[in-house]
Ligand binder design. Structure first.
Ligand code: TRP
Length: 331
């Protein structure tokens, strides 16, 4: 059994790609490992959200993870700012994080390039806070995408540096957790091979999207001027629609449209209409749960308190040990 920790961006509303990818893996993982899932709201302050946006973003993410089936009794689902111990570990780790290495971090250089007039110290030390998140529970496995690999590498550097400096092996090295191979990949509606929220706005179908929004997005999905010659490959946009049909529609529907495509008699509009209805049928119960849980403030507050309590138990233990290792002693 490993300790797995996953940090969730507080603006990360779930789309179908997340649902069939990370979420399905989390649902399995939570029964196999000790799992911590937390909403990274301290991190989000690097972009200065308004108090109201901050609150609503965190709530929406919490609600969507619960609606998707993360069990707050089985795993530890918490909000980062409910566990102030992380701020102390962040402070302590900052003492051994060097300006040069922080400046060399790709995500920081990217910010520097894109927003040179708005570079705060929080952005510079973002990887230190992320390391603190991980080391706070001495997690060994961290599910991350490619864009976070460097941050994870830095967490290893900080862990090892702490161990070396204090001649201890207190912090284990956190490594990337790779989901098992048979992941269902969900392509985007805009012809890109991956559904993602940073792509064009019509690319992703979110679990909380209303039926009318889903219809509009699907009807606007990228296709081509008609079936290609039999020896030509399908265009990416159309191939994406067929992939979506394969996951979300019945086998009959999928083979029906595929046959039409091969015959050269397909009408993409018909296929999209059907796909939209099948997506709606799939997301409707989830959306319903999202709405219900979102209205149940008492349940949300209970979940948040339980998560904070479990997370703080592990966090305060780590902080106690770390203080001892560093040499803080009560007078
Ligand atoms: N930086 C991560 C992202 O942008 C979120 C995150 C914060 C995180 N702390 C973490 C991920 C700790 C894994 C572990 O997606």
């Amino acid at each position: 059994m490993e300790t797995v920790l996953s940090g969730i961006r507080s603006t990360g509303n779930l789309h179908l790609g997340n649902y069939f990818g990370a979420i399905q893996n989390f649902l399995k993982m939570q029964h196999q490992h000790i799992c911590y899932f937390f909403i990274a709201d301290y991190h989000s302050l690097t972009t200065h959200p308004t108090p109201s946006d901050l609150y609503h973003n965190v709530q929406q993410v919490l609600v969507e993870y619960l609606a998707s089936g993360i069990d707050p009794e089985v795993s530890t689902l918490y909000i980062q700012s409910d566990v102030p111990e992380v701020a102390e570990l962040y402070l302590l780790l900052n003492m051994n994080a060097y300006l040069g290495e922080l400046e060399r971090c790709t995500s920081f250089k990217e910010k520097l390039r894109k927003q040179p007039d708005n570079i705060n110290a929080g952005l510079l030390t973002y990887p230190v806070l992320m390391a603190a998140d991980i080391l706070l529970h001495r997690a060994t496995k961290v599910p991350v995408g490619k864009d976070q690999e460097q941050h994870l590498e830095m967490a290893r550097t900080f862990a090892n540096r702490f161990n070396r400096l204090y001649q201890t092996n207190y912090f284990p090295e956190p490594v990337a957790y790779h989901f098992d191979g048979n992941l269902i990949k969900i392509p985007g509606l805009d012809g890109s091979t991956k559904m993602g929220k940073s792509e064009s706005p019509g690319n992703a179908v979110f679990l909380a999207d209303e039926p009318a929004v889903i219809r509009k997005k699907v009807m606007a999905a990228m296709t081509d001027s008609g079936p290609q010659q039999p020896d030509q490959p399908m265009s990416q946009g159309v191939a994406n629609l067929f992939s979506l049909l394969e996951v979300l529609s019945s086998e009959d529907t999928h083979s029906h449209f595929l046959a039409k495509y091969k015959e050269g008699s397909i009408r993409y509009g018909d296929m999209k209409k059907q796909l939209a209805e099948d997506i709606i049928a799939f997301t409707s119960p989830l959306r319903q749960r999202i709405l219900e849980i979102g209205q149940n403030k008492e349940y949300l507050s209970r979940v948040a308190r339980l998560g904070a309590e479990k997370a703080r138990e592990s966090a305060s233990n780590t902080i106690k040990e770390v203080r001892k290792i560093i040499g803080f002693k009560p007078f």
